[in-house]
Design a protein around this ligand. Structure first.
Ligand SMILES: Cc1ncc(COP(=O)(O)O)c(C=O)c1O
Ligand SMILES: Nc1c(O)cccc1C(=O)C[C@H](N)C(=O)O
Length: 443
């Protein structure tokens, strides 16, 4: 698969920030610009399939995250999709009888059957949000009080936390940050929605999506998953595990390019109830009817907002061709082998105690990255990049190495660990020691 990408002698372990360029994309994008835009111009909305690109590309991503067709739409950024999904989830939770399966949720919902004390910030008055079902009926937990709390992953990538806080203010909810493992105990009859990351961006910890989703449902709430660090890296099983809503970016393991549009998944059973807080003309049932009244489209297009960013979108569509014939299970197998081997090499080469691994060793708790903590991580990463090993530094003290199974080789992994050991040794001794073979264990 590596031959399908543009790569050089660098050891590129940053595909979890920006995936490498698939080799055929520049020519494909040139055709989009020169012929589709330059020659066909406005006709391309129909003739080049521009108008339907968001759903079409969503269907291409679907098998990689375990979704049947018709449930994913591509567009906007992950941040914007988090907003759409979270507000829509709260609205669904407030529909009368609106349990996640369309059935009334268990009374009381939470493990103790009663509302938990709010510990997070109170959002204040909702911005005109009625807190009820679209028909004007009062919202609330069946058999309990109002669904007025959003739980958010306390360790989340910051944008999700910022957006969740705003979504909470707008819907009159309390926002409660909770570590993912503590979510089951924090759920109650007040919980409307829970926003979680599948893989933690800093530590690389993989959270238990099936059991957490089931716990959220048992409380009569809705689960929104951020798949930025798992889409294209490991099987997700969205349909299999009954996930309600999910979002993710396409510029990491899906290699869609800088600023490639994100995706939004709304499971089939919930699509008719998906009440978007950003009902733009592209999600109207009849976009060219130019009606003053908003009538939502059916299915995945309901998640659209405005005009799609066609150049980025079609670069993503082209880049997804590298996945033809690639089972995500095989990608996962190689990912685990790569991260296992990296950890093995680090143990062999790096002096004990110099770094602390914050990525779980158990396979079922590991994404496709390894995060090592050391006090001088920022300078160490700068030196690594100078030496041709590209990972990234995450504040305050984390060296983050992402392993994209499609193009990272075992030899790259060994070199990265060897150079890391040399740089760490150099930092200790204050001298340059990066000769070939440095840090190799005794045969
Ligand atoms: C987990 C996670 N969520 C959200 C984002 C932000 O996505 P976007 O910039 O597409 O809004 C990122 C990375 O940028 C991320 O790692
Ligand atoms: N989206 C990024 C960007 O525009 C510039 C630099 C990095 C990014 C990232 O994606 C960061 C990434 N989400 C992370 O996990 O840290």
């Amino acid at each position: 698969m590596r031959d399908r990408f543009v790569l050089d002698g660098t050891v590129y372990l940053d595909g979890n920030s920006l995936g490498a360029l698939p080799a055929h994309v520049p020519d494909r994008l040139a055709d989009v610009v020169r012929r589709q835009w330059g020659e066909l111009r406005i006709r391309s909305w129909q003739e080049s399939g521009w108008w339907t690109a968001p759903e079409r590309i969503g269907d291409r991503i679907a098998p990689l995250v375990g979704a049947a067709p018709g449930q994913i739409v591509v567009g906007d950024s992950t941040s914007v999709n988090v907003f759409k999904a979270l507000v829509a989830a709260v609205r669904m939770a407030r529909e009368t009888g609106g349990g996640p399966d369309g059935a009334p949720a268990a009374a009381g919902g939470g493990p103790d059957g009663g509302p938990s004390a709010p510990i997070g910030e109170r959002g204040g008055a909702p911005d005109g949000e009625p807190g009820g079902a679209p028909g004007g009926e009062p919202g609330g937990a069946p058999g309990g009080g109002p669904r007025d709390e959003i739980l958010v992953d306390a360790t989340t990538f910051p944008t999700d936390g910022y957006i969740a806080r705003s979504a909470a203010r707008m819907t009159g909810c309390t926002l409660r940050p909770v570590a993912p493992g503590d979510v089951p105990g924090a759920l109650s009859g007040r919980t409307a929605a829970v926003l979680l990351n599948h893989v933690d961006y800093r530590t690389g910890r993989l959270h238990d999506l099936p059991s957490l989703t089931a716990a959220v449902h048992a409380a009569g709430a809705y689960a929104v998953w951020d798949l930025c660090h798992s889409a294209g890296a490991l099987p997700v099983g969205l349909d299999e595990h009954g996930v309600d809503l999910a979002v993710g970016c396409t510029y990491k393991f899906l290699n869609g390019g800088p600023g490639a549009p994100a995706f939004l998944y709304v499971r089939h059973a919930l699509q008719d109830r998906f009440d978007s807080p950003l009902p733009g003309w592209n999600s109207h049932a009849e976009p060219f009817g130019m009606q003053p009244e908003y009538v939502p489209a059916q299915g995945a297009p309901r998640g659209r907002v405005g005009t799609p960013d066609i150049l980025s979108m079609l670069a993503l569509e082209a880049s997804l061709e590298v996945w033809d014939g690639v089972p995500i299970e095989a990608v996962r197998a190689k990912s685990l082998a790569l991260t296992d081997f990296f950890l093995e090499c680090v143990t062999a080469y790096v002096p004990a105690g110099r770094v602390e691994c914050v990525t779980p060793l158990a396979h079922e708790e590991r994404g496709s990255q390894v995060a090592l903590r050391c006090p001088d991580a920022g300078q160490v990463m700068e030196r690594l990049i100078d030496e041709g090993v590209v990972g990234d530094f995450r504040y305050p003290d984390v060296l983050r190495f992402g392993f994209t199974p499609l193009y990272v080789r075992f030899a790259d992994v060994e070199r990265a660990a060897r150079v890391l050991a040399a740089v760490l040794g150099e930092a200790v001794r204050g001298e340059a020691v990066l000769a070939e073979g440095e840090g190799r264990p005794e045969e």
